[in-house]
Design a protein around this ligand. Structure first.
Ligand code: ZN
Length: 373
């Protein structure tokens, strides 16, 4: 009798929370529950987003590499439900805003809610606790994913306004493409000059980025979007990420760094397996460097996930010995499937399970021991 009773409770709890998820029209912004408190709190968090990186993208990378991927070093795995406030299929803006603010919003929104009003993002929140902050991407730094961690704009296409929002924060390090959004502007302002006046080192090209030894950094690795791996981008994502870590680790209160492998998504939009695979392996190489750092550092939580899957990508065959896949696609846009979450380091255990993408925001803040009102 006792075990049946327990099963019923579990069953009704499960259905209850499922219904809640489906019916809920309000953005879900749950406060952290006791279960979500990590046993040991990390000092630093490195949050890595493979844009459009579903399980098939990961599997294709494994087959092509003919070896384990670095993300397989993560002992904790979860699943994230990705839908946005207005669509079962999220875009990168709403997906990243869910991570950065803990609120589901409409597709295209950059750090604002369904009412288009600004939401406090994780960079703004942790900065008030003297935690150093950084962003690295293989797209323009004003592109939807990184933008949602810094800016508050009603549309992802407002690159000029998004660039200006960098001046309104105390972010310590950002490295990506998109320099022209700071220099060739309708308002005739040179934002690089203003960033310099705010104390930033301005670096153009990965060598200059790596040469900055301390202080704040605005690093540009391209005028617009950095080129594809297949067009010779090289290992700039890994190098930029290492450069960012080197600067951020100097603060004694810990740091938050978001790293985006931006173009896995673009390979999905293009329905090109080769594009997906080269970007996936590049992102995974960066994951390897980050996990090496975290392993040595011992106080760093690494979380690796995606905002959504792109392409409805499937592997319908292939040759494991040759490292080739027979890829197929159901769409040239995103899909609504859940995406994996990998976690490594102190506090990783709270990332197991199945939860909304917004829960990742709450889990990250809980990891720092920061509670939001
Ligand atoms: Zn996309």
């Amino acid at each position: 009798m006792k075990s049946i009773y327990l099963l019923l409770i579990v069953g009704s709890y499960g259905f209850g929370s499922c219904n809640q998820d489906v019916k809920s029209e309000e953005p879900e912004n749950t406060i952290e529950t006791p279960e979500q408190q990590p046993k040991v709190k990390p000092k630093n968090i490195i949050f890595m987003i493979g844009d459009g990186m579903g399980l098939t993208q990961i599997t294709a990378g494994m087959i092509a590499k003919k070896d384990n991927l670095n993300l397989e070093r993560c002992p904790i795995i979860g699943l994230s439900k990705t839908e946005s406030a207005d669509n079962i299929i999220t875009d990168s803006a709403a997906g990243a805003t869910a991570f950065s603010t803990g609120v589901k919003t409409y597709n295209g929104a950059i750090g604002v809610g369904t009412d288009t009003l600004p939401l406090k993002n994780i960079i703004e929140i942790v900065e008030t606790h003297n935690i150093a902050t950084g962003l690295v991407a293989t797209a323009s730094i004003t592109h939807a994913t990184p933008a949602s961690f810094i800016a508050h704009q009603k549309s992802r296409f407002m690159d000029q306004e998004i660039a200006a929002d960098f001046l309104n924060t105390d972010i310590d390090v950002f490295i990506g493409g998109g320099k022209t959004h700071f220099t060739q502007r309708e308002d005739q302002q040179n934002l690089l000059k203003q960033l310099e006046e705010k104390g930033y080192n301005i670096a153009t090209g990965i060598e200059e980025v790596e040469a900055v030894g301390d202080g704040k950094l605005a690093g540009f690795i391209a005028d617009d979007h950095p080129v594809k791996m297949s067009e010779g981008r090289g290992d700039v994502l890994t190098r930029a990420t290492k450069a960012a870590i080197n600067l951020l680790v100097m603060g004694d209160k810990g740091f938050f760094l978001m790293v985006e492998g931006s173009q896995i998504d673009w390979g999905g939009h293009a329905n090109e397996s080769d594009y997906i695979i080269s970007e996936m392996i590049d992102f995974d190489n960066t994951i390897g460097a980050v996990l090496d750092f975290a392993e040595k550092n011992g106080e760093t939580l690494v979380i690796i996930t995606a905002d959504h899957e792109t392409g409805g990508y499937a592997i319908n065959g292939g040759d494991r010995a040759a490292g080739t896949v027979d890829g197929a696609f159901t769409t040239d846009y995103h899909t609504a499937t859940m995406v994996p979450v990998f976690a490594f380091g102190p506090g990783a255990e709270i990332f197991s399970g199945i939860y909304q993408n917004t829960a990742i925001f709450n889990k990250m803040l809980a990891s720092y021991g920061i509670s939001i009102e």
